[in-house]
Design a protein around this ligand. Sequence first.
Ligand code: CP
Ligand code: NVA
Length: 299
Amino acid sequence: MSRHYLSEADLSANEFRRLLVRAEEMKAAHKSGEIYTPFANKTLAMIFEKSSTRTRVSFETGMTQLGGHAIYLSPKDSQLGRGEPLEDTAKVLSQMVDMVMLRTNVHQSVVNFAANSQVPVINGLTDLLHPCQLLADMQTFFAHRGDISGAIVAWVGDGNNVCNSYINTANLLGFTLRIACPTAYHPDETLLAAAGDAVEFVETPMDACRDAALVVTDVWSSMGQEAEQAGRAAAFADYQIDSKLMSVADKDALFMHCLPAHRGEEVTAEVIDGKQSVVWEEAGNRLHAQKALMEFLLA
Ligand code: CP
Ligand code: NVA
């Protein structure tokens, strides 16, 4: 039976932490020019139902660095766009390739794909979760501040896929996630129930950020929600991360954002381009974290 990574909960806390260590090792090795190609003759298929810059390039480059190959597929240029079911695609592709990464609209699509796949499947973002992002975010936090267990993390803004992934990770790694989010945009109830005490809701962004070791936000309208843009901009108007909010966080607090970001909406330019922001390293770590993940899943 193949292991899949559809959710943070597919890994034990130990496995998650080991991947973070391995990701840092692989990053250092790559920086020192070491060549490590355990994936010779291995192929990753990548199916994208929606746009991507970081996820596509990090997986494709990661496979190249590990000695393998990646194939990009989109509904536009594969039979998926003409109605071939994802489940049938899973049965076919998994006889040909060694691993599949999918970015889909509906989370259940990734679950169904994995149920029909003979090879490991990785969730490259769905409407529910973005678990690869959390590997990179945690790698970045651990590298700067050590283990996140016991820390306070502030989530300000939409209760979206990245927020849901923070909820899962708070539960897994033992940090407290403080969420400030308008009631109408709350995260997933089932994941919240599973996370129990790891998650707290607070009234205001200020309450969320107070003494936080990490402040995180994301766009107000995710991919697929473009039509809701105006309503969302109004609902989230008081949820912008600015220097005033950062000033109530821990003095060494880090700022993260999965990117792409909208300066002047969810975050000011001063914060995202400021000293506490680690967004570029966070994005760069997608490469190393996912190389560690692929090595683990194919081992
Ligand atoms: N953060 C992230 O997943 O970025 P992309 O949409 O560019 O892949
Ligand atoms: N919440 C965003 C994340 C993009 C990486 C989206 O789903 O569009």
